[in-house]
Design a protein around this ligand. Structure first.
Ligand SMILES: Cc1ncc(COP(=O)(O)O)c(C=O)c1O
Length: 393
């Protein structure tokens, strides 16, 4: 049977692309994983979540297991509103939607805002899964370059001006990760944040701010775009994946209530009430600021170890951005082809992600790679970079 003949037009086009992650070979056993943006296994709150789930079932019996779930599902919104206030975002309940991770937030936003005629602007490089999501809805995606201070807003303004002059469609929204970006680890300066918001008014587009790593600042946390936004142009997506546990699948969108209503409409019952109410019990009980302080200490120390190892083991010609938070370091190896080198690195027992997969047009992007310091422990980070050094010399 030709199953493809049954697929929708959009899906047929999307299926022309490689499946998500297909380019990453299976990692050999004992391979040091510097590729994935996974949290540190030692930081997973296993006991606390076990206690929260047990308490929930003890107190509420079958209630959390029904479609509607526990009344504590509603309590999660209160907890997220508290997290948002810490990021300088003060919204009401009707301006917040809980989603199954930030990925569902991105997908739902794409679903309500994009069609084949729509143009979406993204940073280049950017989070590859967001690129894959957008490609399901439109093939009109434009890339705006990122440097060590985040997206180049002056270049963006030029591109918008050129499109306007040429009578081309302007973007419906810009997808940006302004704080501890994936994959470059860079942070947008305050000046550029303000410029971006000015541009969104001048050229009338929305901004999808992905703040998945925003709470993980090694020093001061920069102001979110949403907290600076006076016009309601920013849809702010967040997640507990990087600070609690990705398997709980809890994220959100904070935006004007008109957007939230439309997003809610399409989301329907695609919720995880049990995970949500367990998370509420967990968040009600713990001192989150204290936990966050600990996460920041651990990730700051691991990042330092990674940077020192890069200085020690990699050739002089290799360069990188030093991140101020998050999970990633972006590396440039002049004249290298990092996709070609990957199999050699895996043979030596270390993994990374070739940088080209984070670009729209993968041609001529072979000099970059992304390393993550979040998952491996300090000893493995040092050994992993030593092995990478062997590949590069
Ligand atoms: C920038 C960015 N946004 C969103 C996500 C996905 O988050 P979630 O697990 O909440 O879907 C990730 C995960 O790697 C990410 O790097």
């Amino acid at each position: 049977m030709n199953v493809e003949s049954y697929f929708s037009k959009n899906i047929k086009a999307a299926l022309q692309n490689d499946p998500p992650g297909a380019w990453m070979p299976e990692l050999p056993e004992d391979c040091i994983r510097l590729s994935s943006g996974y949290p540190d296994p030692a930081l997973m709150p296993v006991e606390e979540l076990k206690d929260a789930a047990a308490r929930l079932l003890d107190e509420e019996k079958d209630l959390p297991l029904h479609y509607l779930g526990s009344p504590r599902v509603q309590g999660l919104k209160q907890q997220i509103l508290k997290r948002l206030a810490e990021r300088g975002i003060y919204v009401r309940e009707d301006q917040l939607l809980i989603t199954s991770g930030a990925c569902q937030a991105i997908d739902l936003i794409a679903r309500i805002l994009l069609d084949e005629q729509a143009v979406v602007a993204v940073e280049e490089p950017t989070y590859m899964e967001a690129l894959e999501i957008f490609k399901n809805y439109t093939n009109q995606i434009i890339g705006i370059p990122v440097d060590e201070d985040g997206i180049q807003t002056v270049r963006f303004e030029d591109i918008l001006e050129e499109r306007k002059q040429a009578g081309l469609t302007l973007p419906r929204f810009l997808y940006t990760i302004p704080t501890f970006q994936n994959p470059t680890g860079t942070t947008l300066t305050t000046e550029r944040r303000k410029h971006l918001l000015e541009l969104s008014t001048k050229f009338d587009f929305l901004i999808l701010e992905d703040d998945a790593y925003g709470e993980l600042a090694f020093g001061e946390s920069p102001q979110t775009l949403k907290s600076l936004d006076k016009q309601g142009k920013v849809l702010h997506a967040g997640s507990l994946s990087k600070v609690v546990a990705p398997g709980m699948r809890i994220g959100w969108v904070a935006a004007d209530s008109g957007f939230i209503k439309a997003l809610e409409w399409f989301k329907k019952d695609l919720d995880h009430p049990f995970a949500q109410s367990t998370m509420t019990v967990y968040l009600e009980k713990i001192d989150f600021q204290n936990r966050l302080g600990h996460l920041k200490d651990v990730y700051r120390a691991k990042c330092d170890v990674l940077i020192r190892s890069l200085e020690q083991f990699l050739p002089e010609s290799v360069s990188w951005y030093v991140p101020k938070g998050g999970y990633f370091v972006w590396i440039r190896i002049p004249d290298a082809d990092t996709s070609q080198l990957l199999s050699e690195a895996l043979d030596k027992g270390v993994s990374y992600i070739p940088g080209k997969y984070f670009f729209l047009d993968q041609q001529d992007r072979s000099e970059f790679l992304r390393l993550s310091f979040s998952h491996a422990d300090e000893k493995d980070i040092i050994e992993g970079i030593r092995r990478l050094g062997e590949v590069l010399y």
